[in-house]
Design a protein around this ligand. Structure first.
Ligand SMILES: O=C(O)CNC(=O)[C@H](CS)NC(=O)CCC(=O)C(=O)O
Length: 269
């Protein structure tokens, strides 16, 4: 691995698939022109609308998302993570919430299916029942790249389960990707501290793409796409408007932090 720039994209996706993909394409372009070699789109980049509509449109969302990821990665000659979008699961009417990593030649490098589903009633009156439309995946995914390092994949609500990231770092992950659509209500108190905790406890870089703003009435996300270094410092934060967070992934820095704080070697469990 050499030093490189990574970008976490921040979007306001809606139920308009074409408009979302146009927005994503433009933001990938901005990231690449600023030098990014790894770009992550947020969860629900291609569609963020009502659950019932998502399920009805799932085959179309999946097809358009995958075509888009392959062609955008090729056009911009960049490694691109699109996570997550619904992909119909076998033997059920539900989907996997899937994140796909595509290389600069359009080749599939990894496919992760969200493990933890957001079935939560929030005190702000919003209820989420992700398991109405989604079935959980089963597998950890770490993609090893000579140029970008070992990339551990996850999605959004997974962020609250430290054991997943411990398993990813134990499997060699150096960079953790957490494409998200965190709610505005939970995000304001939990998002940044959870990202910093995962970075610090695993001595890993964290690349966290995000959704921001209002997607449809009463559906508001927090924003603050960010890049966190293995010491827990926030290298870049996209604030609450659409745009990008961009930061350097530096193997020397990673190695120095891991030498100073060899927590991964001190594990007892
Ligand atoms: O609902 C949709 O339309 C699409 N799905 C999402 O946005 C996903 C699953 S519901 N959101 C999260 O995982 C938020 C987690 C979160 O906010 C937290 O852990 O606090």
């Amino acid at each position: 691995m050499e030093s490189y720039l990574a970008a976490a994209i921040q979007m306001t996706s809606t139920a308009d698939i074409e408009a979302n993909l146009d927005q994503a394409y433009a933001l990938i372009g901005i990231a690449v022109r600023r030098g990014a070699r790894l770009v992550s789109l947020p969860e629900n980049f291609a569609f963020l609308g009502l659950e019932a509509e998502k399920l009805a449109l799932a085959p179309r969302i999946a097809e358009m998302s995958e075509k888009f990821l392959v062609s955008a990665a090729r056009d911009w000659a960049v490694t691109l993570l699109g996570g997550g979008y619904p992909v119909m699961a076998e033997q059920t009417a539900k989907c996997y919430n899937t994140a796909l990593l595509v290389g600069p030649e359009g080749q599939e490098l990894g496919r992760y299916r969200k493990l933890h589903l957001f079935d939560v009633n929030l005190p702000d009156g919003n209820t989420y029942h992700e398991s109405d439309s989604i079935v959980p995946g089963k597998d950890l995914v770490v993609v090893s790249s000579d140029t970008l390092g070992n990339l551990g994949l996850s999605v959004c609500y997974d962020l609250r389960f430290p054991e997943l990231y411990r398993a990813l770092s134990a499997a060699g992950a150096e960079v953790l990707l957490v494409p998200s659509a965190f709610t505005a209500f939970t995000g304001k108190d939990h998002w940044r501290v959870l990202l910093q905790a995962r970075a610090i406890e695993n001595t890993c870089y964290v690349i966290a793409a995000a959704q921001t703003g209002e997607h449809y009435p009463r559906r508001q996300t927090y924003g603050h796409a960010m890049i966190v270094d293995p010491w827990g410092n926030v290298l870049s934060d996209a604030g609450d408007t659409t745009g990008i967070a961009i930061g350097e992934i530096n193997p020397m820095r990673l190695e120095a932090v891991r030498r100073q704080l060899p927590v991964l070697q001190h594990r007892q469990l």
